[in-house]
Write a new protein. Structure first.
Length: 322
């Protein structure tokens, strides 16, 4: 296990993920990735004085869901970790809110994590994303036509979420658990290719591996490089945003008088303004960002998805919440 702990520690140190005395909520589904993560963090808990709480969210989507919940509870008890669960009928929630099953599950799961953080006064929440997840997410967002931000969206740290096992591949995680007879649960829905991620994992990735056997590591490295470049551009954009933009309850006003910068920065400023205005964590699509940029550069007006209206008035770009 020492080799794995050293790799996790090196990755955590590089990205400032762990420090002594942290109160960590460990998101554990019962699958191999999250069980592996909990095993390693527990092994480091004495050295780093980590206070671990196991968090489990039951989506109520499969017959095995309650069995998996019991498994995670038993695992937490065996390690002496407190256990907190959340649950929701995600199918009903998704239908009521006209969301895809994936989107509905993600929203309710992260709502639970945020509530757990507040309730337990946690410093961070650790999720079990891996190199494979980074590679698959890059491809999913590439097919969607995402920007550099989207192609590098699975970062080691985002807000109070950390991803300490991002440096490991799924194959080596499963081998680690099997060699040590550490039990885990298998989600049968992972074989359902109606989900985009499963289609990429099960059908596309084997083809790509014929071209490049190390494709997962290659895509992971590309994503990390783009994340560094994206962060650099974001820091510049944030300085320009603060200097140029005023946000009120229903308006974002961008003073363009001294806003002489590249389109790459302007697009980020526009996205920041819209996200702050409508209180959303999602970036505008490439197409809608281009349309909003034309309001700034060509003086056009725009109404977007009944969410915002944008127009130019003198040297000011005004974005109003509808």
């Amino acid at each position: 296990m020492d080799e794995y702990l050293k790799r996790l520690e090196a990755f955590a140190k590089k990205h400032s993920l762990l420090s002594k005395g942290l109160k960590i909520g460990v998101a554990v589904s019962g699958g191999p990735d999250s069980v592996f993560m909990l095993t390693l963090l527990n092994a480091l808990s004495k050295e780093y004085l980590l206070n671990l709480t196991v968090l489990h969210f039951n989506h109520k989507l499969r017959e095995e869901a309650d069995e998996e919940e019991a498994f995670v509870k038993e695992l937490a008890d065996s390690l002496g970790c407190p256990f907190l669960k959340g649950e929701c009928d995600v199918m009903a929630f998704s239908r009521q809110n006209r969301l895809s099953l994936e989107d509905g599950a993600r929203r309710k799961r992260y709502e639970f994590f945020c509530n757990a953080r507040s309730r337990l006064n946690l410093d961070v929440i650790a999720t079990g994303h891996t190199k494979d997840d980074v590679a698959e997410t890059l491809l999913i967002n590439l097919f969607r036509g995402s920007s550099t931000d989207g192609l590098s969206s699975l970062k080691p740290k985002r807000g109070f979420f950390i991803r300490p096992i991002l440096v490991f591949e799924k194959q080596e995680i499963v081998s680690f658990l099997k060699e040590r007879n550490i039990p885990y649960k298998t989600d049968k829905s992972n074989s359902d290719t109606h989900f985009k991620r499963n289609m990429i994992r099960l059908k596309l990735m084997p083809i790509l591996k014929q071209i490049n056997p190390n494709i997962i590591d290659t895509l992971f490295r590309n994503s990390m490089i783009m994340a560094e470049e994206s962060l650099f551009l974001k820091e510049i954009a944030e300085r320009e945003f603060v200097r140029s933009t005023t946000i009120t309850s229903n308006r974002a006003i961008i003073d363009t008088t001294n806003l002489n910068t590249s389109n790459a920065i302007l697009k980020r400023i526009l996205n920041m303004a819209v996200k702050r205005l409508i209180n959303s964590e999602y970036n505008l699509s490439f197409h809608n960002t281009e349309r909003l940029l034309e309001v700034l550069t060509k003086g056009k007006s725009l109404t977007l998805r009944k969410l915002i209206k944008a127009y130019k008035k003198g040297n000011r770009l005004i974005i109003e919440k509808l």
